[in-house]
Design a protein around this ligand. Structure first.
Ligand code: PEP
Ligand code: MN
Length: 374
């Protein structure tokens, strides 16, 4: 059970102290307080854990400071959508960019940072097409220990400075170890915070629970968690829940395809039909990664790349973020060059995304008409 308190409830207030005193006296029930400090309002939620079946919503509703009571019926207690009275937010803002189940952001960028020239070329193209988000891999988890592992902390200062120069507000960047989080925060600080970072948990680390807990304990940087490529959707959503139970609610869930030869000739079996499913089960914005799903630049006879086709499928189904590999000179890319889109393709890619989004918005209007007529 979750008690949503009135906005700006002070932990010092008498009413709050009375509330906590009453909760302390509930037999067999523990509580955990989550406070979200925003620029204008501070929101407080209290999670009641234990024998909550014995409590009634009415009984909790009359306690001091309580605005709303949500009975948790599903597995994903913090990030899930619960049946009774759950209108908790399904969006957040970070560094001036909105991430929600109703918005759409494109993160086109390098799979791996390989040189300042590639980074600058990429960011310049993004700026000229009005983009404020990108992806930049500094720490690369590779199948072979002999493969290029990413430039790590060494490249962060120039990546962040160039991001500032070209007005990039959020960079999605994978981390595989807790030291990477410290290195990123340090480099952001040392360069004067010219941009923001969304920490990416890759598919190989979806169930690295200690890493999830660590990343969840910091609330400064939002997190993009990828679906595990060989586990169920439920297992991946529980992984996201690890981040949230530790305190970080700024979580985006990314579909990136499943590892099975049933998806051949694609690199992974594209799973974007799960976009509406994740939105129904949880309040997380949903990202799609067409590059790591499809893995090639193959094109259909209609002239559209398979990557364009799956992006359209995901966006038309309501995806909220697209994470996609681009490279100024794919032949020289150190990681995943064969799946990278070209800078000359960027405006067409963005146009195609906009077409699909427009159709999605029209489809939601259709749904409203259908409901009104029922
Ligand atoms: C990536 O986005 O660079 C990446 C390695 O993706 P995934 O974790 O989905 O394989
Ligand atoms: Mn890659």
């Amino acid at each position: 059970m979750i008690l949503v308190l009135e906005p700006n409830t002070s932990p010092e207030s008498t009413d709050y102290k009375i509330l906590i005193g009453q909760l302390d006296r509930l037999p067999g029930i523990k509580h955990r307080v989550h406070r979200e400090v925003g620029t204008e309002v501070t929101l407080t939620e209290i999670y009641l854990i234990g024998n909550t079946g014995a409590l009634t919503v009415e009984q909790m509703q009359v306690l001091p400071c309580v605005e709303k009571v949500v009975r948790v019926s599903e597995a994903y207690r913090v990030l899930g959508r619960h049946k009774q009275g759950d209108d908790r937010p399904s969006s957040f803002e970070y560094n001036g960019v909105r991430f929600g189940q109703d918005s759409l952001q494109v993160f086109a960028g390098l799979c791996a940072v390989d040189s300042p020239e590639s980074v600058e070329g990429m960011m310049k193209a993004l700026k000229s097409h009005g983009q404020v988000c990108t992806r930049m891999g500094a720490y690369k988890p590779r199948t072979s220990p002999y493969a290029f592992q990413g430039f790590g902390a060494k490249c962060l200062p120039y990546v962040f400075e160039l991001a500032g120069k070209y007005g990039i507000r959020v960079i999605a960047m994978e981390i595989t170890h807790e030291s990477h989080v410290d290195e990123i925060r340090e480099a952001l600080h040392e360069t004067g915070n010219p941009t923001g970072v969304m920490l990416q948990i890759g598919t190989r680390n979806t169930q690295n629970f200690e890493l999830l807990k660590l990343v969840g304990r910091q609330q400064e940087l939002p997190v993009l968690i990828k679906r595990g490529f060989g586990i169920t959707l439920d297992e991946s959503l529980n992984a996201a829940e690890y981040l949230a139970t530790e305190g970080n609610r700024k979580v985006v869930f990314c579909l990136r395809g499943m590892k099975t030869n049933m998806g051949d000739p694609h690199r992974n079996f594209v799973d974007f039909s799960h976009v509406p499913v994740v939105k129904r089960l949880t309040r997380m914005p949903v990202c799609i990664d067409p590059s790591h799903s499809v893995g090639t630049r193959a094109a259909a006879p209609d002239g559209l790349l398979d990557i364009f086709h799956v992006v359209a499928q995901g966006v038309i189904a309501g995806a909220n973020m697209v994470l996609v590999d681009f490279h100024p000179t794919p032949a020289q890319a150190l990681v995943d060059g064969p799946q990278a889109l070209l800078l000359s393709e960027l405006p067409y890619f963005l146009d195609d995304v906009a077409l699909a989004r427009e159709t999605y918005v029209k489809r939601t209007e259709l749904a409203r008409r259908m409901k009104a007529a029922a």
